[in-house]
Ligand binder design. Structure first.
Ligand code: FMN
Length: 310
């Protein structure tokens, strides 16, 4: 079984990827989406989203713990997506992932993300352009939702992605309109899996070992992807693989301090107060102590005050 760390824009940046993959159990990370409009993106911009690419020649594109990292692209123009995919592969990304699930109004209004699920032909054109642009052995994966307004095209969309040559498909088991509202419809992943032959990765609402077992059973998928669950329980992948118990709170505290050291040192320090509060909001769903800590730092505005409290 593979447990893949989900792409999460504004949350799972390279520091968080480093931290969580050091905890262990994750087999692959996918970056936050990189928006492709109508131009070739600069190396510098790719390095900003995926600093792991900088050392890719020497060590492969991995986190510090050695977990492979795959760049995700979001865009609608097949040729331009193809050119940028070729570039990320050349820079050393472990394959390229295509975002067909983003629900953001702004992104959808510009014809990117989940809106593309309205016509399987869109998906086919983009995936085949990417497949033609990258070396034959490069992995091209796509990440979809079950549809935009409804699920009527779920199977056709998956089949279009397979027919265009994708190597694997992740399914977030909800439509765009369903947003993040529970439940995730894992039985729909099984329907998709039955209709295509490439590996399917199940995603959506896996927060515990019981969820993982149930999702794998219902979806009949081997591999799963976890996002919010990994923020609630940092060693969720190890817990799911049954190689470790849930991380005790004192170890989570140590992670919070590591995170603080990294986030306040690098170029993203201005985001630190919001980021640490955002992470605590997830952690408090699993740890009572995180809730107490969150209440204490909630009103603090400066990095210094928050560090003192921690
Ligand atoms: C804050 C946030 C940011 C996200 N950013 C991305 C993204 O950049 N690309 C993507 O494909 N999915 C993105 N997603 C969706 C997740 O990858 C995942 O499909 C979704 O959260 C369901 O999985 P989970 O229940 O394990 O969190 C995002 C989700 C959240 C909550």
């Amino acid at each position: 079984m593979r447990v893949i760390l989900a792409p999460m824009d504004g949350v799972l940046d390279h520091l968080m990827r480093d931290l969580l993959t050091k905890v262990g159990g994750y087999d692959l990370c996918v970056t936050e989406f990189v928006r492709v409009v109508d131009q070739l993106i600069s190396d510098r911009a790719f390095f900003r989203y995926c600093p792991e690419l900088k050392n890719a020649n020497a060590y492969g594109c991995t986190t510090q713990a050695g977990t492979p990292v795959r760049v995700q692209l979001l865009g609608q123009h097949p040729t331009c997506m193809g050119d940028n995919a070729a570039k990320v592969i050349e820079l050393g990304s472990h394959g390229v992932d295509i975002n067909f699930g983003c629900p953001s109004k702004m992104v959808n209004n510009n014809r990117g993300g989940a809106i593309l699920l309205k016509d399987p032909e869109n998906l086919y054109q983009i995936v085949s352009a990417i497949k033609k642009s990258v070396p034959e052995d490069a992995i091209v994966s796509a990440k979809i939702r079950l549809g935009y307004e409804d699920k009527s095209l779920a199977i056709e969309n998956a089949q279009a992605i397979e027919a265009a040559g994708a190597n694997e498909l992740t399914v977030h088991a909800r439509t765009k309109v369903e947003g993040y509202k529970p439940p995730a419809h894992w039985q729909w992943i099984a329907k998709i899996k039955q209709s295509i032959n490439i590996p399917v990765i199940a995603n959506g609402d896996i927060f515990s070992v019981a969820d993982a077992q149930k999702c794998r059973e219902i979806s009949s998928c081997n591999d799963i992807m976890v996002g919010r669950g990994a923020l609630m329980l940092p060693n969720l992948a190890q817990v799911i693989k049954q190689v470790a118990p849930a991380l005790p709170w004192y170890k989570v505290q140590a992670l919070l301090l590591d995170y603080t050291e990294c986030e306040t040192y690098g170029d993203k320090s201005k985001y630190y107060p919001n980021r640490i509060k955002q992470w605590l909001k997830y952690l408090k769903l699993q740890y009572r102590e995180a809730d107490e800590l969150f209440q204490e730092i909630r009103i603090l505005k400066t990095t210094e005050d928050i560090i003192n409290k921690l």
